[in-house]
Design a protein around this ligand. Structure first.
Ligand code: HEM
Length: 197
């Protein structure tokens, strides 16, 4: 029946909100860790950070890291095994992406069918999935650089892994800000991501 159809299964809603919690804690504590040894000529205002000091921030960061990784593996595995990843996010056609992007800019992007993502959403969500993998891999190198020499070399060494980790974080924050604006513009999607229908 219309309106009672499950659009987002329970496992998806749970993993989405656990992921949001993990990302928020990781970003805020990560900014505090960054401030202890900035790689660029700026610091993040302390009021925007979590942990109080380097040691406290590291505890938050490592705790949330496990949540991000375990929850992320569950999300990807369930998405792949259920066939949902292919069904919801593929195919990704360049022509549709351009058309939907232009429609979004002029405020004419259709949201009539909540069970389908438009091409811009598909691209953004696939991008943030890949970006999260880059964040985890570069974070692993920064954390256990000696234990993962091949990964470290792949990223161009320890210092460059820190830069990769930083820019992957910046891209994720960029996604997050646009994501929040889009949710505010189409609040119905928030009900769906909470109640599932
Ligand atoms: C508190 C902040 C957040 C809110 C309110 C929020 C809200 C939402 C909503 C309403 C949707 C459904 C969109 C639709 O049906 O058109 C969604 C989907 C999604 N969000 Fe978020 N989100 C938040 C944080 C995040 C974060 C931090 C990430 C990743 C870094 C994220 C990644 C995603 C992804 C990948 C999807 C698609 C999920 C799928 O269908 O598999 N969200 N979000």
């Amino acid at each position: 029946m219309k309106g009672t159809r499950i659009i987002h299964p329970l496992w998806l809603r749970l993993t989405h909100w656990f992921n949001a919690l993990a990302v928020i804690v990781l970003v805020l504590s990560g900014w505090r860790i960054y401030n202890a040894s900035p790689i660029f000529p700026f610091r993040i205002p302390d009021g925007l950070t979590l942990g109080g000091w380097l040691g406290g921030a590291l505890l938050w960061h490592f705790a949330a890291m496990w949540l991000l990784v375990l929850n992320g593996v569950a999300y990807l595995a369930l998405n792949l095994l259920s066939g949902r990843l292919r069904q919801r996010f593929l195919p990704l056609r360049p022509g549709e992406m351009v058309a939907d992007f232009l429609a979004a800019l002029s405020g004419r992007l259709a949201h009539a069918d909540p069970s389908r993502y438009n091409a811009v959403q598909k691209l953004a969500y696939l991008f943030v999935m890949l970006d999260s993998i880059v964040i985890v891999v570069s974070g692993l190198v920064v954390w256990k650089s000696v234990q993962f020499p091949h990964l470290r070399e792949l990223l161009g060494g320890f210092d460059s892994a820190r830069v990769v980790h930083f820019f992957a974080m910046a891209a994720l924050v960029g996604f997050f800000l646009v994501h929040i604006v889009m949710v505010a513009l189409v609040p119905r999607t928030l009900v769906l991501m909470t109640r599932g229908r």
